[in-house]
Design a protein around this ligand. Sequence first.
Ligand SMILES: Cc1cc2nc3c(=O)[nH]c(=O)nc-3n(C[C@H](O)[C@H](O)[C@H](O)COP(=O)(O)OP(=O)(O)OC[C@H]3O[C@@H](n4cnc5c(N)ncnc54)[C@H](O)[C@@H]3O)c2cc1C
Length: 708
Amino acid sequence: MNYGHPLTFGTFITPGADAGADAVSLAVRSEELGYDLVTFPDHPDTFDTWTLLSWVAGRTSRVGLSANVLNLALRPPAVLARAAVSLDLLSGGRLSLALGAAEGAGEAIDVIRGMWDEDGGPLRFDGEHYRLGGAQPGPPAAHDVPIWLGADDAGSLRLVGERADGWLVSLDECGPDRIRAGNKLIDEAAVAAGRDPREIRRLVNVPARSGVEDLLPLAVEDGIGTFILMSDDPEAVERFALEVAPALRETVGPTGRQLRRASVRAVRRAGIDYDLVPASLPVIEPGDPGYSRVRSTYLRGGAPGLVIRPGDAGQVAEALAFARAHPHLPLGVRSGGHGISGRSTNDGGIVVDVSGLNSIEVLDRANRLVRIGPGARWTDVAAALEPYGWALSSGDYGGVGVGGLATAGGLGFLARDHGLTIDHLRAVEMVLADGSVVRASETENADLFWAVRGAGANFGVVTAFEFEVDEVGDVGWAQLVMDARDTATFLERWGAVQESAPRDLTSFLIVSPPRAGRPATGHVMAMVNAGVPETVIDRLQPMADIAPLLDQQVVITSYAAVMANAAGDGHNGQGEPVTRSGLVEHITPEFAAAAARLIHSGAVYFFQIRSVGGAVADVPADATAYAHRSANFSVIAFGANRQRVDKEWARLEPYVNGLYLSFETDARPKRLGDAFPPGTLRRLRELKARYDPDNVFRDNFNIRPEES
Ligand SMILES: Cc1cc2nc3c(=O)[nH]c(=O)nc-3n(C[C@H](O)[C@H](O)[C@H](O)COP(=O)(O)OP(=O)(O)OC[C@H]3O[C@@H](n4cnc5c(N)ncnc54)[C@H](O)[C@@H]3O)c2cc1C
């Protein structure tokens, strides 16, 4: 029987009397040798297996982890369920739960699954072996943790068929004939329970002497998908990994992806060929645990049909090949999930989520070159650079991801002194629509490098950014709340002070309409790129003088401390805002009057102006796809109703010249013309026709190739 499971290999390691030290190093070695899984037995008289698994999880980064098998007499299932979720989360989704088929194993599986039911609430269970009066489930696991059962009598084999995700057996104890008979029993029980036998993985512990000729019939004729080598001898472990496993893989040939449980298949979305998802790709489907954590983004609720979570550029290419085979579906590309304009979630489509590519490494200390994955968040980037006395101008919120911001612009608190985030880019690695992995810099694919700095979302998935970062010491960080009842005058004064200030001052202003008896207020967040109190006061005093101060806080701190303002990374799509935005040269009296009317109209709940200018304007307009270099301010208004926001925004339009796409949600084609001057847009269309002729990347302000 071929159950279509990808072939995987594991080790079975016995913790010795040395408190597990040898077992840990053999597990680490197993990972280095390319094994898929490390497992440990669970006996009351040896080292505690769960502790060992946790320790090994911390010492490894890729390999799967499992007991072989857990002794249910030692481990109450409700406690085990929570421990499993914790270890799965801590290990990045690497745990499998292998249970011994003791009496009560069926109830144990029900309790564990009940504890994992995301919609279930506190679990009440009244069984023969287990009773629970409202056990509190924890968070969902990082992935669909499979439950395997170690079984060999008829009753427990039937239980495997009815309820487990895998059958684990030892070749020495069972032998090929009993394995075949066991498979038959399991398959019959599965069918009788309305399941597809392919949902159940077959795993066999094999002795150290096993060779390809012993294992091949088990793989080909009996559908064994996982072979686990029982040996504590490092040489045997190495020989099996380097000789037996590759030879067996080659002889067996390509295999598929394990069939998901019926409950998962039942909630699949139409139009996605789930059976064609490459087995190597980590994915989350709507029925999988953890789906609630990935379905939405920071500002948008979503219900994608498939979230693919590649671990490297090769897997991004595989994910894009899968997406290309589904041209009728929306395709979201997600890094940090904070897109305002970009739809990095969708309804029924595919999301390629590169949040796992989040490493931050120093490439060249002398030249301050760092390489950052798109999934890193700016709070983590700032924290990683701080020990070197470096910083990279990013944005105002540490939770935002590198991928979306560094392909669009990056207007942050160091902008006037150090320019946009994209101005620090020296190279990117990206996967193009056709799956090719390319590098772009001033000297390699220079035109692509130009396009990525401002219009990156249209050209591919960036898998690594290389930045030259700045030396940045302590900064002055101020939050001033001011009376802005005379809103137009307030805006005009703030603009004048900001525009005439030295470059080391960058401030953002949020103006709120009158609320609950309070007058309109202006909330200034200002960074002075100098750690000297006198300079900080000198820069802030003119700003503090523009209107009565209601509240103030000024500190000398680090850039990283300012960026340490991110909430946790679970997103549930708060807000669904409607925005309009634009770039402005000066806060003229006319602009200020129009903006004041907009703020007081009731159509917007959030209105912000950021200072840009300074170093941003040092870069020639045609040097990057972000072209509106002469603007001194960026304006954004958030509301809830498109028509009302558009109507009120119309007052500002005469004064607006250019647009930063990251702040815009109006998807009408005219906005592209606002974002890119005609020459820039023409060049972008030509490049789009070359790099993405089939318009695979179309879900974020689409630059269509054919309109050139
Ligand atoms: C609270 C908040 C504060 C913000 N503050 C600032 C700020 O101070 N300055 C500023 O400039 N912007 C700011 N933004 C806007 C932000 O820069 C953009 O929304 C940005 O796209 C978010 O990046 P992300 O990776 O988190 O988003 P995601 O939602 O993951 O991605 C957004 C879009 O970017 C594209 N994209 C994502 N990853 C990649 C990739 N690896 N390769 C190619 N394209 C990709 C996709 O089209 C995607 O739809 C803020 C947004 C929020 C919600």
